[in-house]
Design a protein around this ligand. Structure first.
Ligand SMILES: [Zn+2]
Length: 138
């Protein structure tokens, strides 16, 4: 059986892009640096518009735990808020690919990962399936 063609069509249909406001990207980078060598995690605030996700704010999660290989927060402590569209966290190692743990703990629509040394080019974004999402910083 050949499913490849269907799969490609589907991924083209669901192709999304992420727009990070300049001040948001700067804040993620600053936060990641301040947590280094541990991971840091933030909640992304913004809107989803068709195939584009716009992030214009950040929230420091309550009771976040930090560790060199894991960062998380109890989502049941978060108020229900439709403007919370995903998370951003740092990888003190050199890869901004999501870990299995990241995919298993996915929150919202988008996961932003910034890896060491935490510059604009080190910011990556992924959807719930682990597919790379194009990032624009404006
Ligand atoms: Zn991670």
């Amino acid at each position: 059986m050949f499913f490849r063609k269907n799969k490609e069509q589907k991924s083209a249909e669901t192709k999304r892009s992420l727009t990070l406001k300049r001040h948001v990207a700067d804040s993620i980078i600053t936060y990641a640096k301040s947590c280094h060598p541990n991971e840091g995690i933030l909640i992304l605030q913004g809107q989803t518009k068709k195939n584009n996700i716009v992030v214009d704010g950040l929230v420091v999660p309550p009771f976040a735990s930090h560790g060199p290989y894991y960062s998380g927060f109890p989502t049941y402590d978060l108020p229900f808020d439709l403007s919370y569209i995903g998370t951003a966290h740092s990888h003190p190692g050199g890869s901004n690919r999501p870990s299995l743990e990241d995919l298993n703990n996915f929150y919202g629509f988008i996961s932003v990962i910034v890896c060491y040394p935490y510059s604009d080019q080190d910011i990556g974004a992924f959807d719930r399936n682990g597919n790379k999402v194009h990032v624009d910083i404006v």
